[in-house]
Design a protein around this ligand. Structure first.
Ligand SMILES: O=C(O)c1ccccc1N[C@@H]1O[C@H](COP(=O)(O)O)[C@@H](O)[C@H]1O
Length: 207
């Protein structure tokens, strides 16, 4: 079965329209003011308004204050939360929404331990470890560090591109893939042709 596809870091309604038309299952909105893809509430609503029904909306945070998550949940039609910082399992679960926990992978990181710790997560998102960054770097990591016995679904992320995603899907067989930099024309600006090629790559890798 083809993994689910999330395209993250959208800032423009036209990119949301393209992502949905091309076959994305979910889009991600970044609520992290240190990111070049950060959106405010008005921009987030405009992106969501451009989506057809049945495309999931994921809100990404990095070590947010509880009040900030509550504010976004009250103002924006979010389906899933994604946490990229040092949030505890209790904090992540406390919003009573499905959530994904990102783990920055490098040698020595035990994803089974992480999955056990965040067992109430809807999925574990494996991203590349880059010193000083929380994500969205376009860096890949060694996919052999991913065990095949994870007790919760794996979302593969980190430096995926139209050129490497088919190979990634073939090797890792993730439940979903997540991409930001690899389908961009510039920070926060998606490229429709790269999104098309990425989604085709996911399909090719699943055959
Ligand atoms: O996109 C960002 O700017 C970002 C900032 C802080 C944390 C996570 C961020 N993005 C997520 O990072 C991964 C990998 O992105 P990339 O494809 O390597 O650019 C992905 O989950 C993004 O959603």
């Amino acid at each position: 079965m083809r993994p689910r596809i999330k395209i993250c870091g959208l800032t423009r309604p036209e990119d949301a329209r393209d992502a949905a038309r091309l076959g994305a299952d979910a889009i991600g909105l970044v609520f992290y003011d240190k990111s070049p893809r950060n959106v405010d509430i008005a921009a987030a609503r405009a992106v969501i308004a451009a989506l057809p029904p049945f495309v999931s909306v994921v809100a990404l945070f990095v070590n947010p204050a509880r009040e900030r998550v509550d504010e976004i949940l009250a103002a924006v039609a979010v389906d899933i939360l994604q946490f990229h910082g040092e949030e505890t399992p209790e904090f992540c679960a406390s919003f009573h929404r499905p959530y994904l926990k990102a783990v920055r992978v490098k040698p020595g990181v035990d994803l089974v331990e992480w999955a056990d710790r965040y067992k109430n997560a809807r999925g574990l998102l494996a991203d590349a470890f880059v010193e000083g960054a929380h994500g969205g770097t376009g860096a890949t990591f060694d996919w052999r560090l991913i065990p095949d016995n994870l007790p919760i679904p794996l979302i593969l992320s980190g430096g995926l591109t139209p050129d490497n995603v088919a190979d990634a899907v073939r090797r890792v067989r993730p439940a979903a893939v997540d991409v930001s930099s690899g389908v961009e024309a510039g920070k926060g600006i998606k490229d429709a042709e790269r999104m098309r090629a990425f989604i085709q790559g996911v399909t090719d890798g699943s055959l």
